[in-house]
Design a protein around this ligand. Structure first.
Ligand SMILES: NC(=O)c1ccc[n+]([C@@H]2O[C@H](COP(=O)([O-])OP(=O)(O)OC[C@H]3O[C@@H](n4cnc5c(N)ncnc54)[C@H](OP(=O)(O)O)[C@@H]3O)[C@@H](O)[C@H]2O)c1
Length: 218
């Protein structure tokens, strides 16, 4: 497959999810840059062993190096990211609000909206935010990818307000080994959050559509 025209992937976070997504994207044929909170040289020590082929970068440079940015940092550290650099990008929110990890964050406790709506409000208005990759554990993301058409292919829900951005992310999800399930606008991503029925479920696309009540909407 000719992957030369595929968008470049930039991942904020070289932890469990960031490294896993880096490996999946590299295996699919994407170019991957990845950053942690430290200098690129520190991240390179990780990628050399855990995601060979991923190019370590400083977080402030990532938007210059990639077309699709993935937020894979703990939510309580998200505002440390260079948010102002993300205005021209499709940004994937793979983060979850989970108080045992994040602590109690009042903005997510009191805002009744999906956490991604709060995240979106912190980004430049021109950034196109899409939610996905958050509702499976990193070990599931690692183990469940299958080629398109496999009978046991797992589905990932995708929510976003920009149709083109959702389609581009759906292509990414397909290429890395999952069936993308359009789950509606970003507001609907509440149904993908920690504690929602779909969270952590290994389901095919029909099962996930049914669980999320999307077959009634179709
Ligand atoms: N764990 C899962 O199974 C899972 C599944 C789906 C979604 N998620 C979500 O994915 C996100 C990451 O989870 P994780 O389990 O991968 O966390 P993790 O293993 O603790 O890794 C977090 C990564 O974020 C980096 N980071 C923190 N602050 C940063 C900053 N300001 N700039 C750049 N990088 C920064 C950390 O770098 P340093 O070490 O340099 O601080 C580390 O590489 C969370 O929001 C989580 O809710 C997790």
């Amino acid at each position: 497959m000719d992957t030369t025209s595929w968008p470049g992937i930039g991942i904020f976070g070289a932890g469990k999810v960031g490294i896993t997504l880096a490996r999946l994207a590299l295996d699919a044929g994407y170019t991957v840059h990845i950053a942690s909170s430290g200098p690129a040289a520190d991240t390179a020590r990780l990628t050399r062993y855990f995601a060979p082929g991923a190019v370590a970068a400083n977080a402030e440079d990532l938007a210059l190096l990639a077309d699709i940015l993935i937020l894979a940092v703990p939510l309580h550290r998200f505002t440390e990211l260079p948010l102002a650099t993300m205005g021209d990008h499709i940004v994937i929110d793979a983060m979850n609000y989970w108080p045992p990890i994040n602590g109690v964050m009042s903005e997510f406790e009191t805002d009744g909206r999906a956490s991604s709506m709060v995240v979106r409000d912190a980004l430049p208005q021109t950034a196109r935010l899409v939610k996905t990759f958050n509702h499976l554990g990193y070990h599931q993301l690692e183990e469940l990818p299958r080629p398109a058409g496999s009978p046991d292919r797992t589905a990932l829900a995708i929510a976003g307000d920009d149709t083109d951005a959702v389609q581009t992310v759906a292509d990414l999800v397909t290429h890395v080994g999952f069936d993308p399930l359009p789950a509606g606008p970003l507001a609907a991503s509440k149904a993908m959050e920690a504690g929602a029925a779909a969270f952590g479920q290994q389901l095919d696309i029909d099962q996930l559509r049914h669980l999320m009540g999307l077959d009634q909407a179709a």
